[in-house]
Design a protein around this ligand. Structure first.
Ligand code: BG6
Length: 499
């Protein structure tokens, strides 16, 4: 890959967890791999009072925990950190932005580089609008710059709280930046295995012809975690898993597994297909919600044989919280390819296993020649795309067992990323930051796919608000989730892929 353009990266919320856990480790890895030219610098903008040196020290300490390049060589870090500066600032204070503007002008001229600025919003969402307004008021956008320079904005999730608030935030963003300057992060799109979904489907002749309702019985998309909410209860209790995982990551996985081939592998062509696909998801009325969505909240239980507390006992969670830590959806896509094929989506915390996968189950044979010879053990052929961990793909089918009898047993054909490529992939944030700087929006949500996903999720949230929630907690930590989710899929005569 080529060296990046000279760039200035301004990180709002630079003293927070996301910056230290994801953004700086990704920037450091890109720098160490030689992608940054000499003319680049990073400005941390946050409330915590500190100077450049204290900021650099915190970054160093955190890189040694979170960066894939750890342990970090001190001399290398000194060279990297010469490009890092910190401004103690307030998000709603015009003066802070004027100082930022002057600082950028001075440094850009020292570095003899154009004002190519990437603004990274890594703050709590409550200050997004303040930051956007102030960037505009301080003339820190490219239409106010002389010459051929750019300004872009990167925005983290949660992008809004529901359809209306997402629409308003989007309106605010697009009143200051153009759509091609906006990068809405969904870190799942930066994962190699997620990018491989389209490659698997569209770079091979053998899968796409059977990727439709003629051959596929149903598809399950699971993002299961064994961790709890940890120190993020303040955020999570207001979001629930439906906003935290379903509106973004799960809808993106659904889109990638189900879209039509785009005319070109181009940001807009791919995103146009996603919009078409999401528009075809069958809407449901508030009264229907029970047949399409189930929710749960974890109780105490055992994770890796160790006792863990219930959600309501987590620090920062109200004792009467009705927030769901698990959700399952049963969706239909009303188009020619997918009519009649249910898509079951589930995501939750404190579950038995940590796995993210797409499981594609094929229809049964029209007639089984091997009916009495073990065929009942081959329930259905399937393709399992494992996003994480043990990244890979397995194809499951039946084979004759060795010997004199005609017996059929299920077997797996497995592709494993690590053993096939023997390379460790870049972290999702490295790929995303690289793409932001070169200006490729393929791996970012566009305003319209994001809003359609919100429309669907908001109808579930509204539906849930009208009916009595299940008696929470309704699943044990360390289990596969609540009975309500089993009922959702079992009612169709199908079962979750709990392997
Ligand atoms: C984040 C959610 O977007 O994704 C977290 O806010 C979740 O709650 C995380 O744990 C999962 O990401 P990953 O990459 O670990 O699957």
């Amino acid at each position: 890959m080529a060296e990046l353009n000279p760039s200035i990266i301004v990180i709002f919320g630079a003293s927070g967890d996301l910056a230290h856990i994801k953004i700086f480790p990704a920037l450091y890895s890109l720098w160490e791999d030689g992608f940054f030219p000499d003319s680049f610098f990073i400005v941390g903008f946050a409330r915590t009072n500190m100077d450049d040196e204290a900021f650099r020290k915190t970054i160093f300490d955190n890189l040694n925990v979170n960066c894939r390049k750890k342990p970090i060589n001190e001399d290398d870090f000194i060279n990297f950190s010469k490009h890092i500066f910190y401004l103690t600032s307030k998000y709603d204070d015009e003066l802070s932005y004027q100082k930022l503007g002057k600082f950028i002008t001075r440094k850009a001229s020292e570095y003899k580089m154009p004002k190519n600025i990437v603004y990274y919003l890594s703050t709590p969402p409550s200050v997004y609008e303040d930051v956007i307004d102030n960037i505009k008021n301080a003339d820190l956008i490219s239409s106010k710059f002389k010459g051929d320079s750019f300004s872009k904005i990167v925005i983290e999730k949660p992008f809004g709280y529901d359809y209306e608030s997402a629409k308003n935030l989007n309106g605010k963003l697009l009143s200051v930046f153009k759509e091609d300057e906006v990068y809405r992060i969904d870190h799942y799109l930066g994962k190699e295995t997620v990018q491989n979904i389209l490659a698997f489907r569209f770079a091979n002749a053998i899968f796409e012809p059977i990727w439709n309702n003629k051959y596929i019985d149903h598809i399950q998309i699971s993002a299961l975690e064994s961790i709890g909410v940890g120190f993020r209860a303040g955020y999570f209790d207001k979001s629930g898993i439906i906003r935290d995982m379903m509106q973004n990551h799960m809808m993106q996985l659904l889109s990638l597994v189900a879209i039509e081939p785009p005319p070109l592998l181009d940001a807009d062509d791919i995103r146009n297909e996603k919009v078409k696909l999401l528009k075809s998801v069958r809407p449901f009325s508030l009264n229907d919600v029970k047949n399409f969505a189930a929710r749960g909240q974890y109780d105490r239980g055992l994770i890796n044989n160790k006792p863990v507390i219930s959600y309501k006992e987590e620090k920062g969670v109200p004792i009467n919280s009705l927030t769901e830590t698990y959700a399952a959806l049963r969706l239909f896509i009303d188009n020619y390819r997918w009519a009649g094929v249910p898509f079951y989506l589930r995501s939750g915390k404190r579950l038995k296993k940590h796995k993210t996968e797409i499981a594609v189950f094929f229809k049964k044979l029209p007639y089984s020649l091997y009916g009495k010879n073990g065929m009942e053990r081959i329930k259905q052929n399937s393709i399992i795309i494992t996003i994480q961990p043990n990244e890979g793909i397995s194809i499951n089918f039946g084979a004759k067992t060795p010997g004199f009898k005609m017996d059929i047993e299920p077997v797996n054909m497995v592709f494993n990323y690590k053993s096939s490529f023997k390379l460790s992939p870049p972290d999702a944030y490295e790929r995303l930051l690289y793409d932001i700087i070169i200006g490729d929006q393929t791996l970012f949500a566009r305003y319209d796919d994001m809003l359609i996903a919100w429309q669907l999720i908001t109808s579930i949230i509204n539906g849930w608000s009208k009916i009595e929630p299940p008696a929470f907690p309704n699943y044990e930590a360390g289990s596969w989730g609540p009975k309500e989710a089993d009922d959702l899929i079992n009612a169709d005569g199908r079962f979750w892929n709990n392997n």
